[in-house]
Design a protein around this ligand. Structure first.
Ligand code: 5AD
Ligand code: FES
Length: 362
């Protein structure tokens, strides 16, 4: 039965759900197909994005997140402009090709201007040779446009779950945490010109396998360019911790995450898919296994050591005591262990985005 589904051009909800439930021989066929699609459409190489977690100050209160505003146990930090520019330069010097600047969600003219200034600074110090992805939450369309003009060209904004009902159980019920606004933000990012990335958490309390299948079909329906997704990991200082007894065992969440990646690779052959750090929290080889399942982006953490331990969205986050140099060495080994090559000095734009925006080059 799985063989038939894997041949379909346009699998439906029951097909994708069946793939998520595949076991034994069927499971093997799923991963084999994903590997084949990856080799054919994006190649067995992995793009690097140096991840700079530049501030853990957040105005939001998502029920799952360790740096939510109401968690008074986390010391808050905000890197200096100099520290951020140095980290970006480190990525450039180490031939990473690209960085991701991530922070808690802050809004307002001061924040917009600050990020704009940082983008200018990065462009100057790297002569425009470093691609920048932003991951700074929901902003106004004007802010997105300003950041795009200042040189950022990709933006990550996870939907967390495409189920409106589940979304409302994971967030306070107010204007700041509106599902509709999140959907609108994704449309605004697309209009501003960004390569747009989204993603979901896998194995949330109350989440069903069918919800996850719908997540994948939703990503396809909005024609997304990039995806980062990984297992939900409970954090004891958050409200969602109350429901920890409802969770699947961590290994099952990990297995579902691998299957989500493999199925997405088959559904959207030329997009960029990240091997999320959360995968490595459950399995020491988690990110390598994600690459083997279909991911083609790896995000070495280049946040200065002094603050790393404070950016804990979930507990047991790996690599919080390594310095950026150690990370660099370890990344290459990890990627080679699954017979993929590191793409140094490559921007690694989403092939999907390039085809969508420049169809003449096809
Ligand atoms: N477990 C796993 N992922 C989490 N994130 C936030 N909190 C958790 C958690 N407890 C993810 C969200 C967010 C991204 C930056 O980190 O998907 O969008
Ligand atoms: Fe950072 Fe391993 S990836 S130390």
């Amino acid at each position: 039965m799985i063989d038939k589904i894997l041949e379909k051009n346009d699998p439906g909800l029951s097909d994708v759900t069946a793939l998520l439930n595949a076991e034994g021989r069927d499971r093997g066929l799923l991963f084999e197909k994903a590997r084949q699609v990856k080799a054919e459409h994006v190649g067995n190489k992995v793009y690097l994005r140096g991840l700079i977690e530049f501030s853990n100050i957040c105005a939001k209160d998502c029920f799952y997140c360790g740096i939510r505003r109401s968690n008074s146990r986390v010391p808050r930090y905000d890197l200096s402009d100099e520290e951020i520019l140095n980290a970006a330069y480190f990525a450039y010097k180490n031939r990473y090709g690209s960085i991701v600047m991530q922070s808690g969600e802050l809004t307002g003219p001061h924040f917009t201007e600050r990020v704009e200034g940082l983008l200018d600074g990065i462009r100057e110090s790297t002569e425009g040779n470093l691609r920048v992805t932003l991951s700074c939450g929901e902003q106004t369309p004007e802010t997105y446009e300003r950041w795009f003009r200042a040189g950022a060209d990709r933006y990550l904004l996870r939907i967390e779950t495409s189920s409106r009902e589940l979304y409302s159980r994971l967030h306070p019920n107010d204007e700041k945490h509106s599902f509709d606004k999140r959907l609108q933000a994704l449309r605004d990012l697309r209009s501003a010109g960004f390569q747009v990335g989204t993603g979901v958490m896998i194995g949330l309390p109350f989440q069903t396998t069918e919800d996850l299948a719908r997540d994948l079909l939703w990503m396809k329906s909005i024609d997304i360019d990039m995806v980062g997704m990984g297992p939900y990991l409970e954090h004891k200082d958050t409200p969602l911790y109350t429901y920890r007894d409802l969770l699947l065992p961590k290994q099952a969440r990990f297995e579902l995450s691998l299957k989500m990646i493999a199925i997405l690779r088959i559904l959207m052959k030329d997009i960029n898919i990240a091997a999320s750090t959360a995968m490595q929290t459950i399995d020491p080889q988690g990110r390598e296994r994600a690459i083997d399942a279909g991911a083609n982006v790896f995000m070495p953490n280049i946040t200065p050591c002094r603050v790393r331990e404070f950016y804990k969205l979930y507990e047991d986050k790996p690599c919080t005591d390594e310095n950026p140099d150690d990370c660099r060495r370890c990344v290459e080994q990890r990627i080679a262990s699954v017979s993929n090559d590191v793409a140094y000095d490559e921007w690694g734009d989403s092939g999907h985005y390039l085809k969508r925006t420049r169809p003449a080059d096809r």
